[in-house]
Design a protein around this ligand. Structure first.
Ligand code: SAH
Ligand code: SF4
Length: 391
């Protein structure tokens, strides 16, 4: 199983490499490998994340060749330009991203958190929740399985704000994953120190997923006790300055939030020069202060996806799992409204139900391979190729 198409290096100029995919040329940054023309590589998020031999590349290319053009044709047929907002957004997605849909695996490695966000089920004060931490060796093993056995090329390492993992252990985890399971490593560790993020970049992490949650300082400060929005935004900017691909966004359906706030949050996500929009509906958790809040409507979330695409044609836009939890058809509908990215949970099954950010999370009961099969069948039905061809 493979979620990316290997490309052939056809040009190299000062760290920027031209990669050929069945005649289409794309640019990518090379920071990890010695490369020559004729080498085969995998690209994610604009970075060359793995070099493979011709012997490994050719059979994968062969299996992709027919499918690649067939899927493009289906997408082309389904994504006509004129019409309502969703169709316009989907046409823009096609214009700027073709039919590629990047798929990230996510490993939720600890549900300990020092924070007390009002919306979140793993907040510190939820004493009813059993807590777990994966040992560094187990995280590395899980990443190796996801990359080397399942074919993932991008992995999010996510946790509560858990300082049990210090700079040394996180550095070890990132270094070993780069070595044993070459992929785009995306950190989602919450508001940890800038120096820690700098160190992990130097160890090979290239993505950071950190939502600003809401652009309204009054709502932010009420829902994240002891934290201020300015600090979060500053950290996001510093991560971008360091070179991280930044994935940020917001929650839809927070108490006090209006339709205008959602549009402003989309603008804020764009103005942060976000490489990927990550936003989704609040799913109220019964063990949180927001237990009595209503989840937003499916239509509100779909509109936000379309508005985000219209505002920012070049960004990756994720259909996130909380939207799938709200709506069984979220993947298909979200991808048809302008989104072009998905996440698949690769956390070992025994831990998944304890990563209880919100209840009844979509897909947690399915074994990983069944979940992958389900998602691939949706992608194929709408002509999307589970891959990321780079910038
Ligand atoms: N601790 C890290 C990463 C884990 S939380 C952090 O906070 O950044 C990841 C995301 O889950 C948060 O950014 C938040 O937007 C989302 N989240 C938390 N509770 C949620 C809920 N009840 N419904 C939907 N999303 C939620
Ligand atoms: Fe902790 Fe993140 Fe949940 Fe806030 S949203 S309580 S920081 S895991």
């Amino acid at each position: 199983m493979c979620y990316a198409i290997p490309g052939k290096v056809v040009g190299i100029k000062e760290g920027i490499v031209t990669v050929d995919y069945f005649g289409e040329k794309k640019k990518a940054r090379n920071e990890f490998y010695e490369l020559n023309n004729g080498d085969y590589v995998y690209v994610q998020g604009g970075f060359i994340i793995q070099k493979i031999s011709e012997r490994e590349a050719l059979p994968v290319l062969d299996s992709w060749k027919k499918l690649f053009f067939k899927l493009k044709e289906i997408d082309f047929r389904l994504a006509g330009g004129a019409g309502n907002k969703y169709r316009r957004a989907n046409a823009l997605r096609q214009k700027y991203h073709g039919n590629s849909c990047c798929i990230h695996g996510i490993i939720e490695f600890s549900n300990y958190c020092r924070s007390n966000c009002f919306y979140c089920g793993i907040r510190k004060d939820n004493s009813a929740l059993a807590r777990y931490r994966m040992e560094p060796a187990e995280i590395i093993k899980t990443a190796s399985y996801a990359v080397n056995e399942l074919g993932f090329k991008a992995l999010v390492l996510q946790s509560g704000e858990d300082t049990w993992y210090d700079e040394k252990s996180l550095s070890h985890i990132v270094t070993e994953i780069r070595k044993k399971a070459p992929c785009l490593i995306i950190l989602s560790l919450g508001e940890r120190e800038e120096a820690l993020y700098r160190r992990l970049y130097d160890d090979g992490a290239r993505g950071a997923l950190l939502r600003f949650e809401t652009g309204r300082p009054d709502i932010y400060e009420k829902l994240r006790p002891g934290r201020i929005l300015k600090d979060r935004l500053e950290l996001i900017k510093k991560l971008k300055d360091k070179g991280y691909l930044v994935m940020t966004g917001f929650l839809i359906g927070l108490p006090g939030q209006s339709g205008g706030d959602i549009l402003n949050d989309i603008k804020l996500t764009s103005s942060l020069d976000s490489d990927m929009f990550s936003f989704g509906p609040l799913i109220p958790h019964p063990a949180t202060p927001l237990a009595g809040t209503a989840a937003p409507s499916v239509e509100t979330v779909l509109e936000a996806i379309a508005d985000a695409r219209l505002d920012n044609p070049r960004a990756q836009i994720l259909v996130n799992t909380s939207f799938e939890t709200l709506d069984a058809a979220a993947i298909r509908n979200g991808l048809m409204a302008g989104a072009n990215s998905l996440m698949i949970n690769v956390t070992p099954e025994k831990y998944r139900k304890f990563y209880d950010i919100y209840p009844h999370r979509a897909g947690i009961d399915l074994a990983i391979k069944a979940r992958i099969g389900h998602i691939l069948s949706i992608l194929h039905s709408i002509g999307r190729a589970p891959t990321d061809l780079g910038l």
